[in-house]
Design a binder for this molecule. Structure first.
Ligand SMILES: *Cc1c(COP(=O)(O)O)cnc(C)c1O
Length: 424
């Protein structure tokens, strides 16, 4: 077994054998796979086993693995330079595309990851307002910046506590953590700290506690209350940009944030993030304004051409309706199979992303998501993997479809899930 041998070597060289924790499969048990290659909707491990892929690199690959147009764009650019450290024409083109697509974004700054985008957006909000507190929602993930790796204290509207060793209490205290979808908690926290709150950061659809949809009126309340207190709204669209619609969640829900964070699909599989927003706010970013943020590889032409090719193809295909139909074919099939087996579950789905929660009750925030049977999920994951279906190795993540997935893929997936469940 090459997988096992290579993973042991990986573990002696890299913490946990991985470059990002969840890849170690700790939440589901069993040996992680080592990937040798991928194409379209398929991925192969080093033992040559083929999987239908619904992990899709955690979201960026809405056109599937190695889309020919994206690959061609990257190939052509490699001959013309990998990085210049100066503004290039592709940056201007991608900026133009982003600004035209995202309703609230008038100016944009490119960075190299979603984490960098959210960290920079927080600094901008603090610098712009001259205030210190950040409000975030429990269960939302905004990358691994210190201010954002913070857990909820006990009770509503309390100061955050460090979510990991290495984040000083003094920093964690500046983040206020409240339950997702709770307008009441939002009002409470603003009543207590309103004059000192710089921003509210939110995933317009949560994807990192599993898919959790905003209740009607939730996003609107965030906008209204922040406006009242003079705080900014940071919409973290790292998953939802170009996933829910051409204009992301803000177009889908008619949201009007001050700053938007982007990532994943925007780079089409290359390292790329961005933050953007109202001109008045973005003009405070250096060198136009005083708030510092920089990056050696920011705006590098390889990520730019990959992003441009991805958005061009995506906007030409306009696959959102087809993708959603395909996704519903899969989720209703899964639901049917689980029902026949008498397994309690809830599926939260929007556009081409969803999560199968193993719980009977509605999932609308982190606490309700946590009621899921994670042991059962682990068994489900391993049984699917064995049958050649790769899904995210955690109950609290999203499955993604791409334009490379066909109806035949979906039907084959359902057959395999049916088979997998026989041995569960
Ligand atoms: C993935 C993700 C991030 C972090 O992006 P990285 O590129 O992994 O640093 C931030 N916010 C959300 C909503 C994400 O899903």
């Amino acid at each position: 077994m090459e997988n096992r041998k290579l993973f042991e070597r990986a573990r002696s060289l890299m913490p946990g054998g991985v470059s990002s924790p969840v890849r170690a499969f700790k939440a589901v048990g069993g040996d992680p796979i080592i990937v040798s290659r991928a194409k379209g909707s398929r991925l192969w491990d080093v033992d040559g086993k083929e999987y239908i892929d619904y992990l899709m690199s955690w979201g960026p690959l809405i056109l599937g693995h190695s889309n020919p147009k994206v690959v061609q764009a990257i190939k052509e650019q490699t001959e013309k330079g990998l990085s210049y450290g100066l503004t290039n024409v592709h940056e201007i083109e991608l900026a133009q595309r982003v600004v035209s697509a995202m309703p609230s974004v008038e100016m944009v700054r490119f960075v190299s990851s979603g984490t960098e985008a959210t960290m920079s957006a927080i600094r901008l909000a603090r610098g712009y307002t001259g205030r210190k507190y950040v409000v975030k929602f429990e269960g939302c993930y905004h990358g691994h910046g210190d201010s954002l790796l913070v857990s909820a204290g006990s009770g509503v509207a309390t100061l955050g506590i460090p979510g990991t060793p290495g984040v000083p209490e003094e920093i964690a205290k500046l983040t206020l953590v409240i339950p997702y979808n709770s307008v009441e908690a939002l009002e409470e926290v603003f009543k207590r700290y309103g004059e000192d709150i710089a921003c509210v950061i939110v995933e317009p659809v949560a994807g990192n506690m599993g898919v959790v949809l905003p209740k009607p009126g939730f996003l609107k309340s965030i906008r209204e209350i922040t406006r009242h207190y003079g705080a900014l709204v940071i919409c973290d669209e790292v998953i939802t940009n170009f996933r829910l619609s051409k204009g992301g969640a803000q177009e889908y829900f008619g949201q009007d944030p001050d700053i938007t964070c982007m990532g994943k699909i925007i780079g089409g599989g290359m390292p790329l993030g961005a933050y953007g927003g109202k001109r008045e706010v973005m003009q405070k970013v250096a060198p136009e304004g005083p708030i510092y943020q920089a990056g050696t590889l920011s705006g590098n032409p390889l990520s730019m051409v990959a992003g441009i090719a991805t958005l061009r193809e995506l906007f030409e295909l306009n696959p959102y309706k087809t993708l959603e139909e395909l996704t519903k074919r899969l989720t209703s099939g899964i639901s049917q199979i689980l029902k026949e087996k008498g397994i309690p579950h809830r599926i939260n789905q929007i556009a081409s992303m969803f999560t199968v929660f193993f719980t009977e009750e509605e999932v609308y925030d982190y606490q309700s998501a946590k009621r899921s049977d994670t042991v059962l999920f682990g068994r489900f994951f391993r049984a699917l993997l064995k049958e050649g279906v790769l899904i995210p190795p955690s109950q609290f993540e999203a499955w993604f479809l791409s334009t490379a997935h066909t109806q035949e893929d979906i039907d084959l997936t359902l057959e395999r899930i049916q088979k997998a469940l026989q041995s569960l």
